[in-house]
Design a protein around this ligand. Structure first.
Ligand code: AG3
Length: 589
């Protein structure tokens, strides 16, 4: 929205979120919106907040409350250390607020500030001089205009503290939230060094801090979240994620801070060593239990002699999108235009995909979204589209950071009857829990081997994957081809690998569809959650262990959860189907 006239008054409304906003009455436009070559900059003045720096429509600071953010991001890492820091690197921070606070520590010998956008430095210095007061004449301070991601590579092992005062991970700061950047931050730290990064509003940007945490946890020896709240970053609790080089650095952080703060005699308005850096328990819960998405797999009996055509199925996919409130991405793809027995139709939707195939008189459809899934509506719409009165459903939590038992508890296998679409009288079943070792034994037989089902689906969630691999469309396509070879499944056409989820933090990353003879591999990759979700459907047995461990090795995933669903079954009870549905966990260290 930006600047909006309201009667005689001019107001500013922030553009960060599509559905909630932060606004204030503008007394004066100090610098009208100016493209800097990197971003759009604007400086406004408000009666209550003083001057306000806005980049790409997002409030970066106000004169009234900038001290809260700058004190926390500078003093927390500096005081947490056992020994005083001598060399400090600031990435971003062009307004000078962080440097000002860092330079208040007399033991600090050098401060380098790497800011990519010189216009931010110049205009803030001119229009908000108090922010950077004193830094320009301080001989310890050096400004480098350049990309922080590059500057840091020249700093190997030289910094005691690295403060990343960036904008959000949209626009020029995107690369500062990558694993490769965090790796160079770790490499630039001296032993016992600390880095700290702004990682967004805990509740309004719920994937941002967990996304950085998950990446940093793999690289740094310890990770903490520091939280505070200010006026200008809407949403209450705001997060700073800190990482250390050295396992014991944070262990005494609070004690060090109390001791060193007292002896420094520094006066702060907002920072206090007495305020613990522990995040709300909600953050921990989110790391543990949030799920990436949910899926409902539906097997429905087609009315006698009704074989849906590709057009009919494409119509279902449009109806389903409408029913679940999702926008389709592109057109539906089919493994074969005739969409005969076992052939697959895939429709990408805003946050993942829906798909369909038929095994004899059973239509097997899946609906997977990374947003809330109105399951009953999805099931009702699907059964109705194919003229069925009930549907056998597997409702699966996907990408849940929970243990395998909790996962089993959250999995529901039930018969949904129309028109209610809710669980039928037969109740809700759970999958059989197995150990990977059991499933990987040659004696374990897939439902297609025992003749229980004409097809099976391997639903695989792999956690803690390698960022570089899962963010590359080429890499994931190569894996899809390779995996088909290992599975002994013939590919039909080339993998389709679009990257359409980048606008949303949770879904940022590619998706892949590889049609297979008698099946498909449809998978999604989350750059922020460092995980992938895979669905492989096949009508012939595959070497389960090799396929799963190959995928985990390829993406360097540490942990995986897998379900095996018998698909296209007819003439079996729900209980038998539930018994033939297996859930297990695989670990690779
Ligand atoms: N840098 C962090 C701004 C974060 C705004 N994001 C948000 N409200 N979610 C501020 C620069 C101050 N030196």
């Amino acid at each position: 929205m930006g600047l909006v006239k309201r009667g005689r008054d001019l107001w500013f409304f922030e553009d960060l979120y599509p559905d909630v906003t932060f606004g204030f009455k503008v007394k004066n436009v100090v610098v009208p919106e100016t493209p800097t070559g990197f971003q759009r900059l604007m400086i406004l003045e408000s009666e209550r907040l003083g001057r306000v720096l806005v980049l790409d429509g997002i409030v970066q600071l106000t004169e009234e409350d900038e001290g809260i953010y700058h004190e926390w991001i500078a003093h927390w890492p500096l005081f947490a250390r056992q020994e005083p820091a001598e060399n400090v690197l600031i990435i971003g921070g062009g307004d000078g607020g962080v440097a000002r606070e860092v330079l208040r520590h007399p033991e600090v010998k050098s401060v380098t500030m790497a800011e990519i956008d010189e216009v931010v430095v110049d205009l803030c210095r001119r229009h908000m001089p108090a922010l950077s007061a004193g830094i320009w004449d301080d001989p310890r301070f050096e400004l480098v205009i350049g990309d922080g991601a590059e500057v840091i590579r020249r700093m190997k092992g030289r910094c005691d503290v690295i403060i990343i005062d960036s904008t959000d991970p949209i626009g020029p700061a995107r690369s500062l939230f990558d694993t490769s950047f965090y790796e160079s931050v770790y490499a630039a730290l001296r032993p016992d060094g600390i880095t700290i990064h702004q990682t967004g509003a805990l509740l309004l940007q719920p994937f941002e801090a967990p996304g950085s945490w998950r990446q940093m946890e793999r690289i740094f020896d310890d990770v903490r979240v520091v939280q505070f709240a200010n006026v200008s970053y809407m949403g209450g609790p705001f997060s700073l994620t800190a990482g250390s080089r050295g396992k014991r650095v944070f262990r005494f952080a609070e004690r060090n801070a109390r001791r060193r703060f007292r002896s420094a005699g520094l006066k702060t308005s907002w920072y206090s060593p007495e305020i613990s850096a522990a995040p709300y328990p909600e953050f921990g819960r989110r790391l543990e239990t949030d799920k990436y998405g949910e899926e409902v797999a539906m097997d429905i009996r087609l009315p006698h002699r009704r074989k849906p055509t590709a057009r009919r199925v494409a119509r279902w996919s449009r109806e389903l999108c409408r029913a679940i409130g999702m926008v389709a991405f592109g057109e539906p793809m089919t493994s074969d235009r005739a969409l005969g027995e076992g052939e697959t139709l895939v429709q990408y939707i805003e946050t993942s995909a829906i798909n369909y195939r038929r095994f004899g008189a059973i239509a097997a459809a899946n609906c997977f979204t990374c947003a809330h899934l109105p399951v009953d509506r999805a099931v009702g719409c699907t059964a109705e589209a194919f003229g069925a009165e009930s549907a056998l459903c597997w409702h699966l939590p996907r990408g849940a950071f929970a243990d395998v038992k909790a996962l089993r508890r959250q999995t529901r296998i039930y018969e949904a009857a129309l028109p209610e679409g809710g669980p039928g009288p037969s109740g809700v079943f759970k999958p059989s829990l197995a150990a990977a070792a059991e499933v990987f034994k040659p004696s374990f037989r897939l439902p297609v081997e025992t003749g229980f089902a004409p097809a099976f689906e391997l639903v695989l969630d792999i956690y803690d994957c390698d960022f570089e691999k899962i963010s590359s469309c080429e890499a994931v396509s190569a894996w899809a081809r390779e995996s088909a070879r290992i599975a002994g499944l013939k590919t039909v056409g080339r993998p389709d690998a679009p990257d359409f989820g980048h606008a949303k933090k949770k879904t940022a990353g590619p998706s892949v569809t590889q049609f297979l003879r008698g099946g498909s591999n449809i998978s999604h990759y989350s750059m922020n959650w460092l995980m992938i979700v895979v669905n492989i459907v096949a009508r012939t047995p595959i070497p389960l262990r090799r396929v799963i461990t190959h995928a985990m090795d390829f993406f360097r995933g540490k942990k995986a959860y897998a379900w095996i669903l018998p698909r296209g079954v007819s003439g079996r009870s729900l209980k038998e189907i539930a018994e033939a549905t297996v859930l297990f966990e695989v670990r690779r260290d």
